[in-house]
Design a protein around this ligand. Structure first.
Ligand SMILES: NC(=O)c1ccc[n+]([C@@H]2O[C@H](COP(=O)([O-])OP(=O)(O)OC[C@H]3O[C@@H](n4cnc5c(N)ncnc54)[C@H](OP(=O)(O)O)[C@@H]3O)[C@@H](O)[C@H]2O)c1
Length: 311
């Protein structure tokens, strides 16, 4: 098959479009004909991109962990999907990804893709939508009527978090660059703060939940906007012990995981037109190097997607 493979730690210059063996189909796996894969520009910096779960080196390795495609065949123990099913999902990080014509993905990480959208759109959802879902609903327990501050509301995760929080009937405040404020409002935010112009902590107080997709000083300045007993969910790095407690709130860092049940709910929301993927650019698989370069440079909202075969 054709695949994009990285030949060593580094940036997009290490990526090559080349022949690669078909992936090994392990217990619990499905072999997919990949139609599209969403890329995450930072994945070339992750250890999991270059090593297996046991720490053994994995080079060359295939990036791209958000996938939408068609089931080619299943491992003998997989009985709940069939050849020809159109699925989408999240490939495990310490394994080869889906920037290829075929990918082996655990069946438990896949669900039937939303019927109303194409594979290139579905491939923009799994990582960002699952992260937003798990942050808001599993970790923050966000309920109707609560307020949530979403940092980076125009970003991959933020743009879906704004929509999901709106669907949950929360009051949604987001931060974004000035050029993106109208876009983030169109996703359902009640208020959008231009983070270049206004210090959010001077405008907000007694917020129930903060979703931090930025980290650093943005996270540090966020504690004070929370009500006592509120929750700060961060995606970027672990929170040092004791910090959340000092502020009288819950503080949680987590890593997203694949989850078929949640993907099913995300599919339903997309088909009901309550949630839409946000796409910055679609490029053919062969141009992956350019896609990763673009990902590091561009500031337009949404995901960059690689298209593996004509849908
Ligand atoms: N823990 C997990 O499981 C998990 C899962 C997914 C993602 N992540 C991490 O979460 C982070 C966000 O991912 P993403 O895919 O959403 O990134 P992204 O698409 O690059 O979005 C980031 C957004 O934040 C905005 N931004 C930058 N600085 C800001 C600031 N100081 N205040 C408010 N907004 C700001 C950017 O806008 P401008 O470009 O206009 O500045 C951009 O719209 C990354 O670090 C990623 O690695 C973690």
């Amino acid at each position: 098959m054709k695949a994009i493979r990285t030949h060593g730690r580094g940036g997009p210059e290490q990526l090559f479009f080349e022949d690669a063996p078909l992936p090994e189909v392990r217990r619990g796996d499905v072999l997919l004909q990949v139609r599209a894969t969403g890329i995450t520009p930072t994945e070339l910096t992750w250890d999991e991109t270059y090593q297996n779960a046991d720490g053994a080196p994995r080079i060359p390795s295939i990036p791209g962990h958000e996938v939408s495609g068609v089931v080619e065949r299943m491992a003998p123990d997989v009985t709940d999907l069939r050849p020809g099913d159109e699925v989408y999902g999240l490939a495990d990080f310490p394994r080869d990804g889906a920037a290829a014509e075929f990918a082996a993905v655990r069946a438990a990480n896949l669900a039937l893709k939303p019927r109303s959208i194409a594979h290139v759109q579905a491939a923009a959802l799994p990582l960002s939508a699952l992260t937003a879902w798990q942050a808001l609903f599993e970790h923050a327990h966000l309920v109707a009527g609560q307020s949530v501050l979403i940092h980076g509301g125009a970003g991959g995760v933020g743009s879906l978090a704004v929509q999901l929080a709106r669907w949950r009937r929360a009051r949604v405040i987001a931060t974004a660059s000035g050029r993106d404020t109208a876009f983030v409002r169109s996703l359902g935010a009640d208020d959008v703060i231009d983070y270049h112009a206004t210090r959010f902590e001077e405008a907000l107080r007694d917020v129930d939940v903060v979703l931090d997709t930025i980290g650093g000083e943005t996270r540090e300045r966020s504690w004070r906007v929370l009500r006592k007993g509120g929750a700060l969910i961060t995606l970027v790095s672990p929170i040092p012990a004791g910090v959340a407690e000092q502020h009288g709130v819950r503080g949680i860092f987590f890593i997203v995981r694949g989850d078929r049940g949640q993907l099913d709910q995300i599919s339903a929301l997309v088909d009901e037109e309550k949630l839409k993927p946000v796409i910055a650019e679609v490029l053919p698989l062969a141009r992956a190097r350019e896609a990763f370069e673009l990902g590091a440079e561009i500031h337009s909202p949404g995901k960059i997607v690689l298209q593996a075969r004509a849908a």
